[in-house]
Design a protein. Structure first.
Length: 144
C-alpha cells in the first residue's frame, strides 16, 4: 500500500472519533510518555504544537512547562528554527500552526528529547507523516 493510501485511510478513521475519544487517546499517549526514562531524564524537550487532527499537546505542555523546558519549531522558509515555548509569544505561522516568536533560537545540542507527530506508524516504527519524505525532502532543523 502506498503512503497516500495509508494517509487517506488513517484520516478517514480519525474523522470518526469524537472529542472524548481524541482526548482520551492523547491522555493515554502522554501518560505513557511521562513514564519513560527518557522523558524523566530530559530537561529540554522539542515538541510540536498540535493541529486539530493530531494528539493535542497543549495540556501536556501546560502540565509540565514549569518543570521541563519546552521548545517548539518555527518555519523559516524551508528550514525549522527551534525556539523556547512561551504561551504569550505564540502567533499563527506557517501551515496555520501557532509558533513561538523572538530571536532566542536554540540549537539541537540543547535538546534532550524530541517528540515528533505522525499520521501513523507501522509495527516496525516507521513513520508516515503528512506528505514530505523525511529522508529527502523534510524541513531541516536550522542551527543559529
Amino acid at each position: 500500500m502506498k503512503k497516500e493510501e495509508v494517509r487517506r485511510r488513517i484520516k478517514a478513521h480519525k474523522s470518526l472519533l469524537d472529542e472524548r475519544e481524541k482526548s482520551s487517546a492523547a491522555e493515554a499517549v502522554f501518560a505513557r510518555l511521562e513514564q519513560m526514562a527518557a522523558f524523566m531524564l530530559a530537561d529540554n524537550i522539542l515538541m510540536y504544537h498540535s493541529l486539530p487532527d493530531e494528539l493535542s499537546t497543549l495540556s501536556f505542555i501546560e502540565k509540565w512547562h514549569t518543570r521541563k523546558r519546552f521548545f517548539l519549531p518555527r518555519v523559516n522558509g524551508v528550514n525549522l528554527e527551534i525556539l523556547p515555548y512561551d504561551r504569550s509569544t505564540l502567533r499563527l505561522g506557517a501551515f496555520h500552526i501557532e509558533e513561538p516568536q523572538g530571536d532566542d533560537i536554540a540549537g539541537m545540542d540543547e535538546i534532550d528529547m524530541v517528540v515528533v507527530p505522525a499520521v501513523g506508524y507501522d509495527r516496525k516504527c516507521n513513520r508516515v507523516g503528512r506528505g514530505k519524505d523525511i529522508t529527502t525532502d523534510c524541513l531541516q532543523i536550522q542551527r543559529p
